[in-house]
Design a protein around this ligand. Structure first.
Ligand SMILES: C[S@@+](CC[C@H](N)C(=O)[O-])C[C@H]1O[C@@H](n2cnc3c(N)ncnc32)[C@H](O)[C@@H]1O
Length: 241
């Protein structure tokens, strides 16, 4: 059972701007509720607003957030209010009442985490040629019910994230879970009951088209694999699309 959070998330993002859209975030919140996420890690937290807004909208109010941010783009995004240092990020996060820690390491040199995380959202540059060390870090530091979100998954934005995570699908370490408008999710094999999740989404969110697809691309997916996609209805009604 999930709750429709779209209007709340939309209004939260109007107040706390993030590089995220409310339609995808609502589905992410539904997925996090489905696995009862206790620890969420955002890689490239920026303002921390995505984590703050998610924490406000999760059913579990005790979820802890680990924000990873190296401030490499702080100057570039100064005009749109990005924190310039850890104190400013802490200050911004204090608005949400979120339980959080900040790690200022780069993606290329992440420390081992004190507790395994249930959710990771990838929303920053790197790790380039060192991606294998990074994916091993994800698998070591993720819990049994690990879900990984990647932002900017469109082929003309960051297809490298898609290809990187699909190497783990081919190895049997992850399965593809969900494709959204700009974000997608992978999970440990069997960690999420997809049929129950898609039923929840269909019952709760009538403003999406939701499907479970079966993939027949043997070189990319296992041919028995199913996954969820969501398209907000406004995409097809938007002028020019
Ligand atoms: C696209 S912005 C993040 C936006 C934020 N997640 C949101 O949804 O609003 C990317 C952020 O990642 C940080 N970043 C870039 N490369 C990084 C790296 N290799 N390690 C850690 N943080 C990084 C940048 O400083 C920037 O704040």
């Amino acid at each position: 059972m999930i709750v429709d959070r779209l209007e709340f998330i939309d209004s939260d993002f109007k107040q706390h701007t993030a590089m995220a859209n409310s339609h995808d975030t609502a589905i992410q919140v539904a997925i996090m509720d489905n696995i009862n996420a206790n620890i969420v890690c955002e890689l490239g937290a920026g303002t921390g607003n995505w984590s703050g807004v998610v924490s406000k909208n999760l059913q579990n109010k005790n979820t802890r957030f680990v924000l990873v941010e190296n401030f490499s783009q702080a100057e570039m995004y100064k005009d749109i209010g990005f924190p310039q240092d850890i104190q400013e990020l802490q200050q911004n996060m204090s608005q949400f009442g979120t339980n959080f820690d900040i790690i200022t390491s780069s993606l290329e040199a992440l420390p081992e985490l004190s507790e395994k995380v249930d959710v990771v959202r990838i929303d920053c540059d790197g790790p380039g040629d060192h991606y294998k060390d990074f994916t091993e870090w994800l698998l070591r530091n993720g819990s049994d019910r690990l879900v990984i979100f990647a932002d900017d998954i469109r082929p003309n934005v960051r297809p490298d994230r898609l290809f990187m995570l699909h190497e783990l699908v081919r190895r049997g370490d992850l399965e593809f879970l969900w494709g959204g408008y700009e974000e997608a999710a992978w999970c440990r094999p069997g960690a999420v009951d997809k049929i129950a999740l898609v039923k929840d989404i269909q019952e709760t969110y009538d403003h999406y088209f939701d499907f479970i697809h079966h993939a027949y691309h043997d070189n990319f997916f296992d041919s028995t694999m199913s996954y969820i996609v969501t398209r907000p209805k406004w995409i097809i009604h938007a002028p020019g699309l």
